[in-house]
Ligand binder design. Sequence first.
Ligand code: WTA
Length: 663
Amino acid sequence: MSETDDTELEARLAEQDEFEPPESFVEGANVTDPGVYDEFEESWPDCWEQAADLLDWDEEYDQVLEDSNPPFYEWFTGGSLNASHQCIDRHLPERADEAAIEWVGEPTDEPDRTITYGELYEEVNEFAAALRDLGVGEDDVVTMYMPMVPELALALLACSRIGAPHSVVFAGFSASALAERMNDADSEYLLTANGYYRRGDPLDHLAKTNEGLAEVEHDVETVVVDRLGEDGFGHDLTDDQHDYDDLLADHRGAEVEPVERDAEDMLFLMYTSGTTGKPKGVKHTTGGYLSWVTWTSQAVLDIKPEDTYFCTADIGWITGHSYIVYGPLSLGTTTVMYEGTPDYPDNDRLWEIVEDLEANQFYTAPTAIRSFMKWGEEYPNRHDLSSLRLLGTVGEPINPKAWKWYYKHVGDEDCPIVDTWWQTETGGMMVTTLPGVKNMKPGSAGPPLPGVDVRVVDAEGGEVPAGGAGYLTVHKPWPGMLRTLYRNDERFIDEYWAVYSDTDSDDPEDWVYFPEDGAKVDDDGYITVVGRVDDVVNVSGHRLGTMEIESAVVAAEGVAEAAVVGADHDVKGEAVHAYVILEDGHEAGEEMRARIEESVEDAIGPIARPERVVFTPELPKTRSGKIMRRLLEEISDGEELGDTSTLRNPDVVEDIRQDVQGD
Ligand code: WTA
């Protein structure tokens, strides 16, 4: 293409704010009938039989939705099924020799691993048998603290095979974060690895695991995957630590009958951050969750069994659960797992994987796209990406500029982009375009999916008119929804329902789910999600609680008080800024900064490390003593300051502002 054409193209793209789905895509898309929106609305909740019908039930359900005790909804009651059967066994007649998982390790000098459905069946059965022998019974929570190696995906399926809920803790989280989650769930079993590779270097993950285990209040049986081989750090395993390969060898050829699970039985727990300092154990169930991720994988990601599908998330977060493991495997497709970072050994690593494996879908986070943009189009241009049929984004708002770059330089203007809004709690996608049906608008996630009742409301709960801004709310239950917070029904109601519901009512119409996101709505019902309205920061698509970070900052010796805010960041979306008051006798400076950083790394992990630490003699407070974090955020973002009249100490704000903004 000539340079003039290219400039013209840029100009056209820059102006265009609505894109039709490419014809080539629509021709073969899984969903193309615009009538699906009306159809689902008219037949709700029975429309969700279409999702449940994608699964293979042991016992048919007798009721789609049981809503007599809101917000404790139940879906597909009376039905029973097994998740590992859905993701493995039922595909064997057709797909035993087809790849289920294409695993790519970070080092380029070791072979990738292809695991066929047949092999997946064998190894999952062997590991399920081994877990049982270790004592894992139905409903025992098994924790996984694992890097992106195939054993992690296999372990989720092995647990679900024997009806043991898993609780995956992101490997980048700290030892204390692991212990806190294991203690909360009383989890007596742990799967971990001796390490993994990051930008070429082996990391000692077992040392961190052992530190965490020292803080766990009960006995734990641990299984250790030897990821590093000769690069390992030479730890000896203790009596209650078992080598994964040895366990498999002891159970070679074992077969374990999938346990029949009630639709409402727990499939897994996933801890996520919220308003208070303590992580919340989000509970997902077998029937509803699996129906949800299977249906959305088909309708939104347009997955077909013969596809190779690549999602760059980590299985330590919900996206990896729903859209690397359960959704894609339930549809019998090939799912790609990549261990490393996008910039190792060079900035084209992901494009190399797409080209090599001829991936058809690519699903990533806006923060990654902003990095790709910064690195430059030469990296995707080096590779043949013509196998791609659909692109997706998730985790945070995408700015139109990044959207258009993705559309042009990765999708070659020939792939629809699905900007999918959802959360750990929703289990799967809620707001996004159906790619074969709806036009795309860069920056706007789109309309709610068919059968999903998402509205934007004001503080009183009234629907905001087209063009307005307010809060995102969900007005009808959906099969993939969380059922409760683990062993804490009260907090479940407080966190998600109390704001907009009449909590004394038994009428589901009076119950409204509040995801704690701000949003705008266009005249055609397209929703633009702006970001969290609670004390959660979204750093590179990773959801972190400011309260958790604050308590880690305050734990550093010499810190008297701290306020943590999410500041705008070009690549990460948000970055952590900590405003810190020191105790008398302690000095602001590099040493203190390092101590604070270390404290945050120990409590949560490097992802939560403050990008900026501002030492201040005072924090802006209301007359009732509440820290006004909003003002600090405005200072961090270099914005005009809002109303300071309600402050007890208005002068301090100007001092901090001058200090930070430097004028
Ligand atoms: C944000 C990740 C804008 C939102 C799947 C939500 C988004 C939080 C989008 C959930 C999107 C997710 N546009 N914001 N397409 N997708 N978010 O639980 O603030 O890690 O509440 O789940 O990410 O983060 P979580």
